[in-house]
Write a protein that binds this ligand. Structure first.
Ligand code: 9D3
Length: 243
């Protein structure tokens, strides 16, 4: 087997890992050796009797900042052979494109921020890239690290069979997914759309694409604009305007 994809995580809360990644597909793949997870406690590199990892911000302001010297020692111990990423609310938004590119590489070293943030000199000196998972406030980088790892590991060869790549292609096509239905054909007076019971595969494909387009236009004008601009497959018919 080729060298498994490696994740190294630096955190003040090592007990947060593997967390939900121990379940289901990612967990099985981890046990099968398709990827590895090496979690290190930043506090092992803390200073003094209290193993201090943070200090007050120069210039004043609320909260504490993780020290560059402590984090540098933690990163040195983790090895410099993998791309280093700091999870921080001011990072570039995580996208499927970024996930794909990370999954294609040898692995990642993830630094989970806590408190107000990380001394900027450490990020520059170590050439870390900064990634956020979205515009909402969390308590630290641990859940974002788990999100990034789940997104990457499901793309590794043999983790999901063909499903991940097929799924990725459709996401990459830039539209939201059409709605899904299964038995019973009528439930609480609600019938499944008749076209799905018709056996007419052409009509079903057109209906699904039209649903995807309408949903994308209504819910995600950003994706819709990119879709229209991007020379994607032409719409089957123009999706109706939002009411
Ligand atoms: C007052 C400014 N806040 C930034 C929006 C301070 C702040 C809030 C939360 C600093 C750190 C945090 C902890 N969050 C993360 O470390 C984090 C995060 C997030 O909060 N949202 C989305 N993605 C991420 S990645 C890391």
């Amino acid at each position: 087997m080729t060298a498994p994809w490696q994740a190294r995580v630096l955190t003040l809360f090592p007990e947060a890992f593997p967390g939900p990644l121990g379940c289901s597909l990612a967990g099985r793949a981890l046990r099968d050796g398709k990827w590895s997870l090496d979690v290190r406690d930043i506090r092992e590199h803390g200073l003094g009797a209290h193993r201090s990892v943070d200090d007050t911000p120069f210039g004043g302001g609320a909260g504490m900042v993780l020290r560059a010297d402590v984090l540098d020692a933690a990163l040195a111990a983790a090895g410099g052979d993998l791309p280093g990423i700091c999870l921080t609310p001011r990072g570039a938004p995580l996208t499927q494109e970024r996930v794909r590119s990370l999954a294609e590489g040898p692995g990642v070293v993830l630094l989970c921020g806590r408190y107000e943030g990380v001394d900027q000199r450490l990020i520059e000196a170590r050439g870390l890239s900064e990634i956020s998972i979205g515009d909402y406030v969390l308590a630290g980088g641990e859940l974002p690290a788990l999100v990034l790892l789940e997104a990457c590991t499901r793309l590794l060869p043999g983790v999901m069979g063909g499903a991940a790549s097929a799924d990725e292609e459709s996401f990459t096509e830039g539209l939201l997914e059409y709605p899904h239905y299964t038995r019973p054909a009528e439930w609480q007076g609600r019938r499944v759309p008749e076209v799905l019971l018709s056996g007419d595969h052409g009509a079903i494909a057109r209906w699904r694409r039209r649903q995807s387009e309408t949903l994308t236009r209504e819910r995600r004008p950003d994706l819709w604009a990119a879709y229209l601009a991007g020379g994607m497959k032409p719409p089957v018919a123009s999706a109706p305007a939002a009411p």
